[in-house]
Design a binder for this molecule. Structure first.
Ligand SMILES: N[C@@H](CCC(=O)N[C@@H](CS)C(=O)NCC(=O)O)C(=O)O
Length: 291
């Protein structure tokens, strides 16, 4: 192990300069809005303000799954929040999520509009609202919520820990990469062992636990996040690979991954979604050909 650090922390930390690395321009130690900006309101009861990161994709997959099941009340308008441009610090967005992070949802079908933030809370809200993707009997529901909360507690080690130091930090720090690669591999093993005996995270039923875990761990396995599949040897987690492939084939998952996507292949990018037909007519390859 190389000791590359000559840094001694001061008595009191001060925000004096950008830390460097990807996203350094939007990180700051203060909450609250930086500018006034109203959020648009579309025609549907559900208004999503998000971006197709793993946390954002959880919600668009859930909404597309609900629509595929025939819940027309799950029709939604999805608006893009460009976090690289600091749109999460606009006053309208902060009103619906004081934590300034995507995804955030407004439900206008309730007597007074309901705001929901934190992707796990949004999944649970939608599951309860539509009585779907959450088992009804108490033991199965409890198992499902345990895995949902497992994801919410574990993914920051994957994203904020491993992903940050492996892919985004301005230089590679062996200690940090080792620390978080070890933890992420432990988490992958947790999932792999569980999926050896279970088709889905909570048994035979596909639930919000799968919808929460797949956009992080499934996408990591396929190498589509952090380009780390080889480094973490993700293909060796055979049960996890089987589950990842099965869920990745669902139409609602393919659609959910496209919504609020502003990166990658143009035909996979649907910046805003207001109608099911948008998937056929409003992807960026089509919009950019027209303009
Ligand atoms: N625990 C939150 C995490 C949300 C989150 O970290 N969102 C990121 C994108 S994946 C974000 O909005 N980052 C903007 C920022 O940190 O300023 C959730 O699951 O909803």
């Amino acid at each position: 192990m190389n000791d590359t650090s000559s840094y001694t922390p001061p008595k009191v930390w001060k925000w004096e300069s950008e830390s460097g690395g990807a996203f350094a321009n939007i990180n700051r130690p203060i909450a609250g809005s930086t500018h006034d900006k109203k959020l648009p309101v579309g025609k549907h009861p559900l208004q999503l303000h998000s971006l197709a990161t793993p946390n954002g994709v959880k919600i668009t997959i859930m909404l597309e799954e609900l629509l595929a099941l025939g819940h027309s009340g799950a029709e939604y308008d999805a608006y893009l929040i460009d976090i690289n441009e600091g749109e999460q610090f606009g006053s309208g967005f902060v009103d619906i999520n004081p934590n300034s992070k995507i995804p955030a949802l407004m439900d206008h079908s309730t007597p007074t509009p309901t705001r929901v933030f934190e992707s796990g809370a949004i999944l649970l809200y939608l599951a309860e609202k539509f009585d779907a993707f959450l088992p009804k009997d108490l033991p199965s529901r409890t198992e499902c919520l345990s895995w949902l909360f497992w994801q919410m507690g574990s993914a920051p080690y994957l994203g904020g820990g491993f992903g940050h130091f492996y892919a985004y930090a301005p230089f590679k720090i062996e200690y940090a990469i080792d620390r978080f690669a070890m933890e992420v591999k432990r988490q992958l093993d947790v999932l792999d062992r569980h999926l050896a005996d279970n088709r889905y995270m909570c048994g035979d039923e596909y639930t919000i636990a799968d919808i929460a875990i797949w956009p992080w761990y499934g996408v990591l396995v396929t190498g589509r996040v952090y380009d780390a599949a080889e480094f973490l040897d993700t293909q060796s987690y055979k049960n996890l690979v089987r589950w990842t492939d099965e869920i990745g084939k669902r139409e609602a998952v393919k659609r959910g991954r496209m919504v609020n996507r502003s990166f990658g292949e143009l035909e996979d990018q649907l910046h805003e979604r207001h109608d099911a037909s948008d998937f056929d007519t409003k992807t960026q390859d089509k919009l950019e050909t027209v303009s």
